[in-house]
Design a protein around this ligand. Structure first.
Ligand SMILES: Cc1cc2nc3c(=O)[nH]c(=O)nc-3n(C[C@H](O)[C@H](O)[C@H](O)COP(=O)(O)O)c2cc1C
Length: 315
């Protein structure tokens, strides 16, 4: 199976896939698009600084230094405020708008945003329709959903709502909210949808390798894929999938890891430098046994120089 024509999207991951990580991962991979972490919209038009903080790429033409476009993701339940903030995000340089209907976080769901809306396809329709109508026709509105909240009973209805509301692209994380992040992902349910000729569909969930990508494409019947944890665990995963290159080896990863340390140190969250490195190592441990060793050694360290020299030792 040839995946060279696949569209690959870097997933939104709140607290993990921030602009520094996007910078790094888009420099290594042939991503077509990045979706930002979500901006929560409640009952106001958010100030520009909120958009810029989340996506400094907006100040450099709405793309990463490697030229990969950035799309702002909004999460909320009020279609008017979502539409107003969508207009603002576009004015600031976002390449279209992504709407989040998949977030399982309790606080978000309590306020009727994220995955809870999967219980109400009608509300999803109103939100998508309102956002779409508030923007110029050429602006892409993409939507991210799961298969359902507790079960998949409403799955077709939800997708139908998104299609009827004229969204341009639909990403499906192939699990219900109740299934959380427990494997497997049910890619075959995406494949069974009768909407593949009505909207571009992106499959998402549990793609960790080229073999997973091939399986997913075969079952979901789409070559558009979104990658999240998989690319944090294997930082050149999109290249592996699209160009069949070898997975990055540990020595190269160590050089990359040091580059990330430098980016983090310069970044606005440099205060959290060591905890962010440890966070990434938790994903890297999935693919690299050496990452486990490095994690154990730096677990208690905070100082940049100490951490860097341990990377040299394990390298
Ligand atoms: C820590 C974390 C944060 C996430 N934040 C977001 C988010 O802000 N918006 C969103 O739509 N999905 C979010 N997701 C879901 C991912 O985008 C993706 O759908 C999910 O991880 C499954 O894909 P994967 O198996 O490739 O990781 C998050 C997932 C994780 C693990």
């Amino acid at each position: 199976m040839n995946l060279t024509d696949s569209q690959l999207i870097l997933a939104p991951m709140e607290g993990v896939l921030d602009h520094l990580m996007r910078e790094l991962l888009t420099s290594l991979n042939p991503f077509d698009l990045c979706i930002t972490e979500f901006i929560r919209v409640v009952d106001s038009l958010l100030p520009e600084r909120v958009f810029h903080r989340l996506s400094p790429e907006l100040m450099q033409g709405g793309q990463t230094s490697s030229g990969v476009p950035i799309r702002i993701q909004l999460l909320g339940q009020d279609s008017n405020w979502l539409a107003e903030n969508a207009v603002r995000a576009i004015e600031l340089g976002s390449n279209g708008i992504d709407l989040n209907f998949g977030c399982p976080a309790k606080t978000v769901n309590k306020n009727k945003g994220g995955a809870i809306l999967l219980k109400s396809p009608e509300t999803i329709y109103h939100i998508v329709n309102n956002v779409k109508n508030s923007l110029e026709r050429s602006q892409i509105v993409s939507v991210k959903i799961r298969l359902g909240f507790e079960n998949t009973t409403l799955f077709n209805e939800i997708v139908d709502a998104v299609v009827q509301a004229n969204a341009n692209l639909l990403t499906i994380h192939a699990r219900t909210k109740s299934q959380g992040y427990r494997p497997p992902a049910y890619w075959d349910l995406i494949g069974q949808l009768p909407y593949h000729n009505k909207i571009d569909i992106v499959a998402n969930g549990e793609i960790w390798s080229l073999a997973d990508a091939k399986n997913c494409v075969a079952q979901a019947k789409t070559t558009h894929l979104m990658l999240g944890r998989g690319v944090l665990a294997l930082p050149n995963l999109a290249s592996v999938i699209k160009h069949d290159v070898a997975p990055m080896n540990w020595a190269t990863l160590c050089i990359l890891f040091k580059r990330y340390c430098e980016l983090e140190q310069r970044g606005s969250k440099s205060f959290y430098f060591s905890s962010r490195l440890k966070q990434w190592l938790r994903y890297l441990k999935i693919q690299y046994p050496q990452a486990e060793q490095l994690f154990t050694v730096i677990k208690t360290l905070k100082d940049k120089e100490d951490i860097m020299s341990e990377i040299d030792v394990i390298h």
